[in-house]
Design a protein around this ligand. Structure first.
Ligand code: ZN
Length: 178
């Protein structure tokens, strides 16, 4: 298990369409273990493989562990597909480990059903609503090279990207001085 580096916007890799996983074996499970370690360390509640530079259709999530009880309930999704979406929308303030320190309210279908392979490669179905539904849709966007800021107006998105570039330049400068 290892903590991997999370890539941040702007980065061309984040815009790639991730490829399906052919087989869930030891290597893929190792990837999921690393992703989970990286997500807990960040800390975050969801991570797509492309965010650590691996453009495969793999997602890990845990929407429980940051609650008061702090109990870890990891979820693994390989090759997830949304089969049903409700017309009703819900709104959450979203952030993203690849878009550090930026948040915005995003509307997404309130409920959805997902088909996927689990950690052991077993076919599974999940009915998600509320935060779980929003989080899985956010992560599935990553598999298509889409970030939550792409749901905003061009003006808002450009403003956020400019901020990210500025912050990145500043942190590089500090590294040289140190
Ligand atoms: Zn994200």
């Amino acid at each position: 298990m290892a903590i991997r580096k999370i890539i941040t916007e702007p980065n061309k890799l984040l815009r790639e369409i991730s490829l399906p996983v052919e087989n869930v074996g030891k290597k893929e499970q190792q990837l999921m273990d690393d992703m989970l370690d990286t997500m807990y360390d960040a800390p975050g509640i969801g991570l797509a493989a492309v965010q650590i530079g691996v453009p495969l259709r793999v997602i890990v999530m845990d929407i429980s562990w940051r609650n008061e009880e702090g109990i870890k309930e990891p979820l693994y999704f390989v090759n997830p597909e949304i089969t049903v979406k409700t017309k009703n929308l819900s709104t959450y303030e979203e952030g993203c480990l690849s878009v550090p320190d930026q948040y915005a309210e995003i509307d997404r279908p309130e409920e959805c059903e997902i088909n996927f392979l689990d950690y052991n490669g077993k076919k599974s179905t999940l009915n998600a609503k509320g935060l779980l539904a929003t989080c899985i849709q956010h992560e599935m966007d990553h598999l298509e090279g889409i970030l939550f800021i792409d749901h905003l107006s061009n003006m808002k998105r450009n403003m956020i990207v400019k901020k990210l570039i500025k912050t990145r330049k500043q942190s590089k400068k500090e590294r040289i001085v140190a």
